[in-house]
Every structure is written in C-alpha cells, then in structure tokens.
Design a protein around this ligand. Structure first.
Ligand code: ZN
Length: 286
C-alpha cells in the first residue's frame, strides 16, 4: 500500500496481521464495547467485535531520502513474551525488497519508540551476532526515549532483552543518532513529541507541496481509541498522559486535510480525522 503527499510517498510493508487476541493490550475493548463503534467494521473489527491489528513498517521516500519508520518484530529474536513473536522466521526483508526497498537502499531508520514491535529489524542474526540490518542507515532514536530504556532501572526483563539485541548493537556499530523529540529529519519530515505511550514517544509529520500526513506511532494502537480516547493500552507507560496526547493530536487534526497513517491500524491503515461525540472517527482513505 502506498500514499502520496506532494513529492513524498509512504509505503506500508506488513510483517504480521492479527485478528482478535488484542484484549491483553486494550482490556476495555470488549466485543460488546467494540460493536458499539459501528464504523470499525469491516476494516478494523469484524461483526463479532473482534479487533484487527497489524504490525508493519512505513517507508517515507522523499526526493533524496529513504526513511524506514519502525522495524517491527524481526526474525530469530528470543525472550519475547508473546510466543509467536519469538524466534520468528518471516519474509519481511524479502517483502521490503519486493516493495522496492532492499536493505542497502535505506538511509535512515527511525523508531517512534523502543518497544519490541518497533525495533526488531534494527538488527539481524549473523554468525551468532546481532548486526545492523540496514548497514548504510543512520538509526534515529529520540534522546529522551533512549535515556529511559538504556537505564538499567527501567523496564522489565523482556524489554531488557529487546534493548540488548535490537538497540545496543546499533550503538556499538556507531550508527545511532540521538535527537530531540521535535527534530527535523529533512525538509519534508519532522518529529512531533507525543509522550505517554512511552516517556519519549514521537509521531512523524510529513509535509510536501501543501499536503500533510501524520504517522501516529502507538499514541493509538487501534482506531477504536479515536472513538474512545480514554481507552488506554496496557502498554502505555503513563495512561493519563496518553489520553491527553490522543485528545491533543486527534483533536488538533479533526476536520483538517491531514492523512493519519496508523502504525498498527489494519487494512487501509489510514484516513482523515473528524470529531464524533466525545471522541473522533477515522474516515478511511485508500
Ligand atoms: Zn507497537
């Protein structure tokens, strides 16, 4: 799937799509509660109220940059809490190449935050060692996010393993670049601070020739959180701040011609935001 804003394209490459099984993440999204949000069917939920979600990467191509946003789960990783996220043998890199982006062609990797499903392909296993998957890329991490997860006091054991196999090897290879949460990557791409899901979480704003798009990151895992901004994910590090961020971001976008591209939104994955009662609604754009 590919979207165009002026001279910029954004391409989605899916690693994994899931139906159901998301209750651990969004406990308030019971089938009954989801069925009340009728616009989620068919793209984001089925008739029974089961949520559909996706783990995918987004490649921003500008006239002179190829920026890979979020690197999914990766292959061969160990110690992941969710069994099918462990020791995966998926075809993500082949799919990325088939979409026109072989690993050597990526000049920038950007992680919206440092959770397990956003850093996995930062590295791959080669001769028993974790090496950078994208050898010609600078890997951009938010300084505030990096400071939190690199502190041995932060996070639980599974997250320590994630940092050790998917972030630390990038630092050791000298490819990491720590930036402020409002960093401008290039004329068309800028980070937007959107803290709450994690302490240094960022979203990504794209502007070209008067057209704009926002890549959410995990400020919302699922479009049901537009309808119900108060539904926090169990993965939100500061649920109160996460709710405030959803209102600030989606309230700010409501009624504007900005394409919102969700980092875990399934199917069409993108749309425009409008106000709907106490919350918001995603008007799907293909
Ligand atoms: Zn995520």
């Amino acid at each position: 799937m590919r979207w165009t804003m002026g001279k910029v394209t954004v391409t989605k490459v899916v690693e994994l799509e899931m139906a159901g099984g998301s209750r651990f993440l969004l406990p308030q999204a019971t089938p009954e509660a989801v069925r009340e949000i009728d616009w989620l069917v068919p793209h984001f939920a089925d008739e029974s109220g089961k949520l559909r979600m996706s783990i995918h990467a987004l490649i921003i191509e500008t006239p002179d940059r190829r920026i890979l946003v979020d690197t999914c789960l990766g292959n061969d990783k160990q110690g992941r809490r969710i069994p099918h996220w462990n020791a995966r043998q998926g075809t993500f890199l082949e799919d990325l190449a088939a979409a026109g982006y072989p690993v050597e062609s990526i000049d920038t990797v950007l992680c919206t935050h440092l959770h397990v499903d956003h850093v996995g392909w930062n590295t791959r296993l080669q001769d028993g060692r974790w090496v950078p998957t994208f050898p010609k890329a600078r890997y951009v991490f938010g300084a505030r996010e990096f400071a939190f997860w690199s502190n041995p006091e932060s996070g639980e054991e599974p997250q320590r393993a994630v940092f050790a196999d998917s972030v630390q090897p990038i630092v050791e290879a000298g490819l990491a670049e720590l930036v402020e949460a409002d960093h401008q990557l290039c004329p068309e791409v800028r980070l937007v601070p959107s803290f709450g899901h994690t302490p240094g979480h960022v979203s990504v704003l794209i502007s070209s020739e008067g057209e704009e798009a926002l890549i959410t990151g995990d400020i919302a895992h699922h479009p049901c959180q537009l309808a119900r901004p108060q539904w926090s994910s169990t993965a939100d590090s500061d649920p109160e701040q996460a709710v405030a961020t959803r209102h600030a971001v989606f309230g700010g976008l409501a009624g504007k011609p900005v394409l919102v591209i969700g980092t875990h939104f399934a199917g069409p994955s993108a749309g425009r935001v409008t106000r709907d009662g106490e919350g918001y609604r995603l008007l799907v754009c293909w």
